[in-house]
Design a protein around this ligand. Structure first.
Ligand code: NAP
Length: 308
């Protein structure tokens, strides 16, 4: 046990965690930030970020998050790398355990983000950032006049398909069933868009173009009759949902049915002194800028809580 009681322990090193670190460090709260298994979070698997204000010529995701980290470090954030293995929120100070080491904090900011779900095939991994994307808002712009495939049948998939028609010449939605999960309104929007076609009862079995280093098409398998077809395209957007990274908090803090942290009031959770920011508590916006904004809010909320 590390006896030193910290004012603030931040769990997570994406834009929410790092912004919380910048603010709490500048408030002289000497935050300890625990970087998880994917330091930098989802931004590290994004190519150019063109919608983060302040970068008129775009910035790469890894560079943006690395700069945020440097900024947090400059004001005295202490970083440790490791996966949180257990938490104890029953008494204040709270205890966070990372392997063999435990840390105590008077406040905790949970900023562990969410992980996009992927199909799980090798070609998807190899072509990530070279035509395979998990975020239409981030990457749609790069597909002007091109043919695109969207995988999924929920609100995100249909929203992304509709959004992508602003750029793409054609969008094909590939869904594994013969009915969408998305809301009726979203379905109507897609059915009425003549740039969108729907391929029912089908899954992407392979993404083509690994040898060329860019997506050239997809191999589609009909799950009802087993038939295989190839569809040429230059982009594949995977929109089969996100999983919030909250496994370690289960039973210690209030989570909704999908596992997202429930916010009671601004960034407060149901445990006084434990705050949450970014995608871990936000299934709706999921943008770097909104996560950073929430990180700032959580830092200010933690600071005010400590003052009391
Ligand atoms: P979701 O509702 O969980 O939908 C995921 C979709 O991906 C489902 O259609 C699912 O198929 C499919 N899928 C899951 N795993 C798959 C796999 N391995 N291979 C192929 N397909 C797979 O996730 P979401 O669309 O991201 O939405 C998450 C939440 O945010 C929902 O509550 C949604 O309503 C909400 N949301 C709302 C808005 C809005 O209101 N504007 C926008 C976006 C999201 P099945 O249908 O067969 O299960």
């Amino acid at each position: 046990m590390n006896d030193n009681i910290r004012d603030v322990i931040i769990i997570g090193s994406g834009p929410a965690g790092l912004t919380a670190a910048i603010y709490t460090a500048r408030a002289d709260l000497k935050p300890l930030l625990i970087e998880g298994p994917q330091p930098g979070g989802q931004l590290t698997i994004t190519t150019d970020v063109e919608n983060y204000p302040g970068f008129p010529d775009a910035i790469s995701g890894p560079e943006l998050v690395m700069d945020m980290r440097k900024q947090a470090e400059r004001f005295g954030t202490e970083f440790i790398t490791g996966e949180v293995t257990s938490v104890d929120f029953s008494n204040q100070p709270f205890t966070i355990t990372v392997g063999d080491a435990s840390y105590k904090g008077n406040t905790i900011i949970i900023a562990t983000g969410a992980s996009a779900r992927w199909i799980g095939i090798e070609s998807e991994k190899k072509l990530m950032g070279s035509g395979v994307s998990g975020c239409a808002t981030c990457d749609g712009f790069f597909f002007k006049g091109k043919e695109i495939v969207v995988v999924g049948g929920g609100d995100t998939a249909l929203e992304e398909a509709a959004f992508l028609t602003r750029f793409a010449s054609k969008v094909s939605v590939i869904h594994r069933r013969d009915q969408f999960r998305a809301s009726k309104a979203m379905q109507e929007k897609v059915f009425n868009n003549n740039k969108i076609s729907i391929i029912w009862d089908s899954v992407v079995d392979e993404i083509l173009g690994v040898e060329q280093g860019r997506v050239t098409g997809v191999r589609v398998k009909n799950v009802k009759n087993g038939s295989i077809t190839e569809l040429p395209c230059e982009g594949v957007f995977i929109a089969i949902g996100h999983t919030p990274n909250t496994k370690v908090f289960r039973g210690h803090i209030a989570l909704d049915n999908h596992g997202y942290v429930i916010l009671k009031d601004r960034t407060s959770t149901n445990i006084r002194g434990v705050f949450a920011a970014g995608d871990v508590a936000d299934p709706h916006y999921r943008q770097a800028i909104t996560a950073a904004g929430m990180g700032c809010m959580a830092a200010i909320d933690a600071e005010r809580f400590l003052e009391k």
